[in-house]
Design a protein around this ligand. Sequence first.
Ligand code: HEM
Length: 410
Amino acid sequence: MYTLKKHSTIALGYFFLIALLGVILRLFPIVNISSNYKFLVHTHSHVALLGWVYTALSTIIYKQYIQNTNVAKKYNRIFWFTQVTIIGMLVTFPFTGYAFFSIVFSTLFLISSYFFAWLIFKYTPVKLKQRNSYKLIRVALWYMIISSLGPWMLGIIMQTSGQESSLYKNAIYFYLHFQYNGWFIIAVLGIFIYILEQHSILFSKKVFNNFFWLLNNGVVATFFISILWMKPPFIINSLAVIGSIFQLIAFGLLLKLLLENKHKLSLVFCPFLGNILKLSGAIFLVKLILQLTVCIPFIADMVSYNVDFVIGYIHWVFLGVVSIPILTFLFHYQLAIKSKVLLAIYIFGFILTEILIFYKGIINWLQLNMINNYYHYLAIASGLLLMSIAGVFFIQFKKKNPTTSISSEY
Ligand code: HEM
């Protein structure tokens, strides 16, 4: 039997696998592992973005927008085809890196994601299309499609300018930027605002238009942050600053709405999930401030030479800004069984790994000596993350909880 709970469990399964791969990557400096590090990073990053985040987001979006229309069959076909492409990447990337079969599976994934976007655009009922949340989801799906121009361009760039060229790097940065700042973050906001709308917590038309405009112009302008490593003319830094400020103002508008509806909001989420969402908001605010800080040429320069700052920032966004709200929404919709202890361990492991990664970045920058056994501590902290994610995944099989049928409303 097909259930959305099954789909969300599959997403959590990918989350578990990428956490496992992440820990294996962090064991490389400590133990002798006879695998290709680069190939494992490719596997980890592809399955993280396309397996965990994509599958979880698309399951929730399906649930919110078209679960009650008669498209379960079409959705299932797209869903399972997508899974074949993800599993294809999972079994080819570790052994071949970027090679014929892994590229075929990645390309097929892109095509199936277009079909998913089409399904949402075509079958979302007119009434839902008028909602502000739908406008966010629609633009998020467009960012997903736009981001895919990056991978399509890679083939051409490889033939013309080569893998070492700036163009090649920028095509990857273009993809990553529109994936996580466009598709992931705007979709998370759209899902959140949908839940608020269900409880009559609404933006006025004028405020929403401002919020939407600031957010989206921010997404486009902050792409310039991704090319600051090339030391472009100062105008590019200025555009990136303007984009970052736009997003901070948009964040302020959302915060204002939430503060004005504090009491109603306490009825939407249980106190525990409410607190987790507040924490996500704080993590998002830190991301927006970091984004603004990195526009300063001296800092941009320092970051572009310091891989730890980049990895720390990327995981701040993926594990914090994106994954924590997604877990919260899965729990909220009972698409996953909630565990307070496991979520607490996850947050502890997340903060600990971030402190350690940024610590190494600072030590390298200041050319100081690192503490002994640094890599052991980082591996242990990452192990905590793995433990909590494994826990969340495996408890899905233990207890019986109400399954959410693919064609019935929660
Ligand atoms: C759960 C615990 C996780 C651990 C322990 C972990 C660990 C790592 C490690 C060690 C690397 C390689 C860094 C390098 O040498 O370049 C890496 C790269 C990466 N990770 Fe994770 N990761 C985790 C979760 C995630 C999640 C949830 C996502 C996204 C949803 C993610 C996305 C990425 C990406 C995109 C890269 C490639 C970065 C690059 O090539 O510059 N990771 N991760």
